[in-house]
Ligand binder design. Structure first.
Ligand code: SAM
Length: 275
């Protein structure tokens, strides 16, 4: 087991299991980014390629970077199976991309990825550094306190897990506009080049809402930890009942497929030509 808690958290589970329900929205999101053939794209916190695969399928030259070695392996297996020679996954940390050169990418994409890295100011600085002048950064970030699925999972699991260390900065702060603006302006981007817009991601799972919760329970590091902590305090059933109610409230089902929409912040940063 890794001694880096950020890496250990994501290697603990198997995000590929959840990602099965994210492919459609991932493809739609990439469609909206105007990815074209030959574009150099960095997909950061890529998981097994929910957005990196469609970027490569549109002809971009894609480097996918993720901290979890199991997801890097799963991503490379997907790229091979799909015959995508223009897509490579490698291990790396969004808060320190020192093995990547300055000004290397036309587009840096991070959908619910870099938000989980420690040291958010370093993350913003690194994303700006590796983007070419005139290039673009697009992040998808969950929003704290939002009434939809992912933010509510976090609100619930927080009640069952021990408090984090004092210097821990919540990933959800990437869903607060002022924080995002502060981080990118500190990295040298003018305020007017940063936009922050609500958008919707739809999970589409081939099964019931309660079965999709079981996937979170068994394969998603943050929820696995919450179940373990709750079990240690004899509160596992209570946690499960809260999450099960949440998943079922948020879901609609049609032809055996459960869909759950979730609101996120789409952050777009135009990296200035002069910096
Ligand atoms: C919620 S998943 C999203 C994965 C993918 N972007 C998607 O949309 O399916 C978060 C991803 O961020 C990765 N991650 C977490 N901390 C990271 C870090 N410091 N640097 C790079 N990746 C990180 C995790 O390993 C995981 O694959």
């Amino acid at each position: 087991m890794s001694t880096n808690p950020n890496k250990a958290l994501w290697e603990k589970g198997d995000f590929t299991q959840l990602a099965q329900a994210m492919r459609g929205s991932g493809d739609g999101l990439v469609e909206s980014l105007g990815v074209t053939s030959g574009m150099k794209v960095l997909d950061l916190g890529s998981g097994d390629g929910t957005t990196a695969v469609p970027e490569a399928q549109r002809g971009a030259d894609v480097l996918a970077v993720d901290i979890a070695s199991n997801l890097v392996a799963a991503g490379n297996a997907r790229a091979r199976e799909l015959g995508l020679a223009n897509l490579t996954f490698q291990e790396g940390d969004a808060s320190d991309l020192s093995d990547l050169d300055d000004d290397s990418f036309d587009l840096v994409v991070s959908i619910f990825g870099a938000m989980f890295a420690p040291r958010p100011y370093d993350v913003a600085k690194e994303m700006v550094r590796v983007t070419r002048p005139g290039g673009r950064i697009v992040m998808g970030n969950w929003i704290p306190g939002d009434p939809t699925l992912v933010a509510q999972i976090l609100t619930i699991v927080t009640k069952y897990t021990p408090p984090p260390p004092e210097d821990f900065v919540s990933p959800m702060t990437w869903g607060v506009e002022e924080e995002v603006v502060e981080r990118f302006t500190a990295a040298g981007v003018p305020r007017e080049n940063i936009s922050f817009e609500p958008d919707t991601y739809v999970f589409a799972y081939d099964g019931t809402a309660s079965e999709y919760l079981d996937i979170f329970r068994n394969y998603y590091g943050p929820t696995m930890n919450a179940y373990e902590a709750a079990a240690a305090n004899g509160r596992e059933d209570e946690l499960h009942a809260e999450l099960d109610a949440l998943f079922n409230e948020q879901a609609s089902e049609s032809n055996g497929v459960t869909t759950i929409p979730a609101t996120f912040a789409r952050v777009t940063v135009e990296v200035p030509v002069e910096r």
